[in-house]
Design a protein around this ligand. Structure first.
Ligand SMILES: Cc1ncc(COP(=O)(O)O)c(C=O)c1O
Length: 372
């Protein structure tokens, strides 16, 4: 069956969870043990994920969103505080800042890396600023040295959103281990996944202990049913962690496969005029999350949305770039010229660890067919 004949059905999905090894065995083990809520896979995942990333403390939680919320709550943020965040991002970090009662202050992104611009961030600092929340977009790593210098000079905390950048590194240091806390998502589309799930890494024992209590209803660890703070149920289950442990066991292979997929894309996309790739600074070693490309409509028969529809008809599932917060009334943001220019031109192409070279050639051929 040709791609055209299957037009109604996506045959190359945008993302796909690829089971790397012992997922089924570990889930069955957790199931048979009857430890389906708490259980040893959770502690194992926390220990092994933190060790792999070189972080002293790891906490597993129910999602990337709850990871962000716990991190911001551990900082004690509330009304009157400001947090600097990029205006071009998946919106979870913005929503979680708002949820604490603090005010998100939107900075623009770099036109090449598409990540938080330290200069723009610096221009947003006021006497109310308490933290910077860089988002490592699409697997890139933000200019952390510049952001940490800014944070130190103004006495600000740094919470990294590494949901899209697990195992990407800069100068040999993993995304999510540069700041006071780093937050991760293990959603089904992510580099390692559990269906739903998240995590926080921190070098700071006090933040870790606060999050441990907040994750479990705010209940004191040494006094059951005693609460000094209002908390949540942001726990991960043993079944989800079992999947995560199996993924982590094969993480080197997953990283290798994703690098290969990225190399193939570079090889075949670089020859298509009008398509540009996100720039990774030389010191960044990315593990790409999704193949985000910027398209110049002058070289194609239509704009980004036209191209996505054409690819969809050819059986290739894609996603658009995120809308900048300034485009959505809800977030009441001032204009963000770079974010606005980039966002409308980004297409995220299929990306997962067993995507084949043949499939990538096919995707690139379909893009070429849309050329003007
Ligand atoms: C940058 C970013 N932050 C946070 C999240 C939220 O993660 P989750 O979906 O696990 O809650 C996501 C999810 O895609 C994300 O891309």
């Amino acid at each position: 069956m040709s791609l055209q004949e299957t037009s109604a059905r996506h045959i190359i999905p945008w993302a796909k969870p690829v089971f790397a090894g012992r997922e089924k065995e570990y889930v069955e083990d957790a199931f048979v043990s009857t430890r389906i809520s708490g259980g040893h896979y959770i502690e194992r995942f926390e220990r092994e994920f933190a060790a792999f990333c070189g972080s002293p403390h790891g906490l597993a939680v129910s999602s990337g969103t709850s990871a962000l919320y716990l991190a911001l709550r551990a900082l004690g943020l509330g009304p009157g505080d400001e947090v600097i965040v990029p205006g071009f991002t998946f919106v979870a970090p913005v929503n979680m800042i708002l949820e604490t009662g603090a005010t998100p202050v939107y900075a623009d992104v770099d036109p090449l890396t598409w990540c938080l611009d330290p200069v723009s961030a610096g221009g947003k600092v006021t006497r109310r600023t308490k933290a910077i929340l860089p988002v490592h977009l699409y697997g890139n790593v933000c200019h952390m040295q510049g952001l940490l210098d800014l944070a130190r000079s103004k006495n600000l905390c740094v919470v990294e959103d590494a949901a899209q950048a697990a195992f990407s590194s800069c100068q040999g240091r993993y995304a999510g281990t540069w700041g006071d806390m780093g937050c991760f998502s293990f959603h089904a589309t992510k580099t390692i996944f559990m269906g739903e799930g998240g995590g926080v890494l921190t070098p700071n024992r006090s933040y870790y202990e606060k999050m441990l209590v907040l994750r479990d209803h705010g209940m004191r660890k040494d006094k059951r049913y005693w609460h000094d703070v209002r908390g949540y149920n942001f726990r991960l289950t043993n079944l989800q962690a079992a999947v995560g442990c199996a993924q982590l066991e094969n993480v080197e292979r997953i990283i290798h496969c994703r690098r290969k997929v990225y190399e193939w894309y570079c090889q075949y996309l670089n020859v298509i005029e009008g398509v540009t790739l996100q720039v990774f600074r030389p010191e960044v070693t990315p593990v790409v999350w999704t193949m985000a490309v910027r398209v110049d409509p002058r070289y194609f028969k239509g704009d980004r949305d036209f191209m996505m529809k054409a690819l969809g008809r050819a059986g290739i599932e894609t996603r658009p770039g995120f809308y900048p917060v300034s485009a959505m009334e809800l977030y009441q943001a001032s204009p963000l010229p770079v974010a606005e220019e980039i966002a409308a031109r980004i297409i995220c192409l299929p990306f997962y660890s067993d995507l084949s070279e043949e499939q990538i050639v096919l995707i690139c051929e379909e893009i070429k067919k849309i050329r003007a």
